[in-house]
Ligand binder design. Structure first.
Ligand code: ADP
Ligand code: NI
Length: 226
């Protein structure tokens, strides 16, 4: 799909270089966090921008591309390393210093950190990218990603004995290891009410409903209800 690119033309080369490098880093990762996830977040983010005329599209585009650069799920469990890594990465590519200084600090704001940890967003651009990332965590793709991730960690699909938890800090949330259905209650079903933008909220409704229907059907089949 070809999408309208709303940032200034002088930034296009820089953005194309960032895309190329990020694609190389993410291409071989498993389906829940691969290059296609980054591409979808980038497209979701630019689509949200169509209804957010005051947003800086360059910041949104670059932040969407680098938002998972040091995800705790992929870096051996280190938390809040994204801003540091993004700064090193963008510096190495020769991105403009003012762009690096604006984007890098926002990277650590994007991740979900637990049911009881409130999101601390410092600007509209970070809110847009967080909404875009969260749209890709819910709905049909969200379901597929959750089970792909659980599968990659050898976790059960479901275990009725093990109940979901409501995490009060990032460390507890990020070290949770229970079955994948719990993840719906610990994160995915909470996202709809934590969206920031009008378009994000609208798109989240349908995806949320799809997950609820999925879970109803899942329990029906699990319990062999006819
Ligand atoms: P965030 O940036 O908020 O940490 P990401 O978009 O990087 O989120 O990744 C979230 C995705 O990771 C979810 O869509 C889900 O597929 C997967 N995931 C994370 N933790 C779990 C878990 N405990 N069980 C299943 N999937 C998980
Ligand atoms: Ni992500």
């Amino acid at each position: 799909m070809r999408i309208f690119v709303p940032y200034p033309t002088y930034m296009q080369t820089v953005i194309e270089q960032i895309k190329e490098e990020i694609q190389k880093q993410f291409e071989t990762l498993e389906g829940s966090h691969d290059w296609f996830h980054i591409q979808r977040v980038y497209q979701n983010a630019l689509s949200i921008c169509e209804e957010e005329p005051t947003a800086d599209k360059t910041i949104v585009a670059v932040l969407a591309l680098v938002h998972d650069i040091s995800d705790h799920k992929l870096n051996g469990g280190k938390l809040n390393q994204g801003s540091r890594e993004a700064k090193l990465f963008l510096n190495k590519l020769g991105a403009p210093t003012d762009l690096i200084n604006k984007v890098a600090p926002l990277v650590d704001e994007i991740s979900f950190k637990g049911a009881q940890v409130s999101d601390q967003m410092s600007c509209l651009e970070a809110k847009i990218v967080q909404d875009a990332d969260r749209l890709d965590a819910i709905g049909a793709i969200g379901i597929a990603r959750a089970f792909a991730y659980g599968g990659s960690k050898n976790r059960p699909l479901y275990d009725p004995q093990s109940k979901p938890e409501s995490h009060t800090d990032f460390k507890a949330y990020s070290s949770a290891k229970s079955h994948t259905v719990n993840h719906f209650y610990e994160k995915l079903l909470l996202l709809k009410d934590r969206m920031h933008t009008t378009k994000g909220k609208r798109l989240a409704e349908e995806r949320h409903e799809f997950m609820r229907n999925f879970l109803t059907q899942f329990y029906k089949e699990w319990n062999a209800d006819s």
